[in-house]
Design a protein around this ligand. Structure first.
Ligand SMILES: CC(=O)N[C@H]1[C@@H](OP(=O)(O)OP(=O)(O)OC[C@H]2O[C@@H](n3ccc(=O)[nH]c3=O)[C@H](O)[C@@H]2O)O[C@H](CO)[C@H](O)[C@@H]1O
Ligand SMILES: [Mn+2]
Length: 361
């Protein structure tokens, strides 16, 4: 999937709002699940941080999901452990105190994400960002409490192919050191990959009906998750319900999508780089931007003139369009921009809040 082909909108931070855009109307949907070199830049993709790692996701067209005669009541459970119950644990009752109910039809100003980061927003609820918490401190407080964390993940139809990555990266990043129980809902129990789990962690499978409509698969998760929660409520403290087409990652800079071919003037060695800067929002004083655009455009043109295309054409990391003419840096001007900012550090770096991937609007 090429995220560049998706619509990235410029967001005015003063009027920032969660946008709802149906990604299903985009080309991405028609992507063949077999041919899926996913190029997601770490900065570009909206991400969720759980336990200090990013969870990024891709989606497939679930067109080959099979209809099924079976009904929801076919769901089988193989995972209840009532003997583990510790209902008197104080953290269970504490959770209820955190619920705020909105008085009927009260109108109020939209909470600010910007102010909320430092001062608490209109809801007196923090917006959780990296650096607004200290993972070591949280672990020191929560680990001794012997908490049980559950996660649900649906892998129906061909989405089963995502499960291996999901499970393997969960094992490495998702609440490491806690009791973790992952509940897989699938119509293909025989295809669930075997993944080695550390002590205290387990995975179990619940069989659910197939469906040919992805809308139904996605929507019926609420009902099935609800059913599961009834079974596990007495011995589970927290639950996270996750898309299976996700995986956790902590990318080293050697894996940033910089230009990696030494022939290019945008080349970045594996040990180079600070951040991956996206090309969709930059600015500054006129003279600085003038310098920058001059260097980048000259380097781009000189690369082109050098006719290194023969060598480049063989590069496997080129996307299809690049292969055709073989003259562009991996990510065109963005690659040159990244090289430039490696040598000439920008005076300010904007967070991904300033240019967010819009999946929905
Ligand atoms: C990252 C994110 O915000 N994802 C949400 C977005 O979905 P996405 O656009 O990410 O949709 P999606 O195709 O990932 O479907 C959601 C999930 O349903 C499951 N699935 C779907 C199709 C299928 O054939 N088999 C299967 O198992 C699977 O776990 C998948 O991860 O909008 C959906 C609305 O319906 C859900 O709210 C998703 O949670
Ligand atoms: Mn998804």
């Amino acid at each position: 999937m090429d995220v560049r082909r998706m619509d990235v909108r410029r967001m005015d931070v003063r009027r920032m709002d969660v946008r709802r855009m149906d990604v299903r109307r985009m080309d991405v949907r028609r992507m063949d699940s077999k041919a899926s070199p996913v190029r997601l830049s770490p900065v570009r993709l909206s991400s969720v941080r759980l336990s200090s790692v990013r969870l990024s996701s891709v989606r497939l067209s679930p067109s080959d999901s099979r209809p099924s005669e079976s009904r929801p009541s076919d769901s089988r459970s193989s995972d209840a452990h009532p003997s583990d119950a510790h209902p008197s644990d104080p953290s269970l009752s504490l959770l209820d105190l955190s619920v705020l109910h909105l008085p009927h039809r009260l109108e109020y100003k939209k909470p600010s994400i910007i102010k909320g980061r430092r001062h608490g927003n209109a809801l007196a609820r923090p917006v959780v960002w990296e650096s607004t918490f200290d993972p070591e401190l949280l672990d020191a407080i929560f680990k001794p409490q012997n908490l049980t964390i559950a996660a649900t993940v649906f892998a129906v139809g061909k989405y089963i192919q995502f499960l291996k990555d999901f499970l393997e990266t969960s094992e490495r990043f998702f609440f490491v050191g806690y009791n973790v129980h992952i509940y897989i809902f699938t119509d293909r129990p025989n295809e669930v990959p075997k993944v080695q789990t550390a002590p205290g962690r387990k995975v179990s499978v619940r069989v659910v009906p197939s469906s040919k409509r992805w809308q139904e698969i996605s929507a019926r998760r609420m009902e099935m998750v609800h059913g599961l929660l009834q079974d596990i409520r007495s011995f589970t403290h927290f639950i996270f319900c996750l898309d299976v087409d996700s995986k956790y990652y902590l990318d080293p800079r050697s894996r940033f999508p910089y230009e990696r071919r030494p022939e290019s003037r945008a080349y970045m060695a594996p040990s180079d780089g600070d951040f991956y800067y996206c090309g969709g929002a930059f600015g500054g004083s006129l003279t600085k931007v003038l310098e920058m655009t001059q260097v980048c455009s000259k380097n781009y043109r000189d690369d082109e003139k050098d006719g290194i295309e023969a060598a480049w054409q063989e590069e496997s990391h080129l996307n299809r369009d690049d292969e055709k003419d073989g003259i562009e840096a991996a990510w065109q001007e963005e690659s040159h921009l990244n090289r430039y900012f490696w040598e000439n550090k920008p005076s300010k770096v904007l967070s991904p809040e300033y240019l967010w991937q819009d999946f929905k609007s």
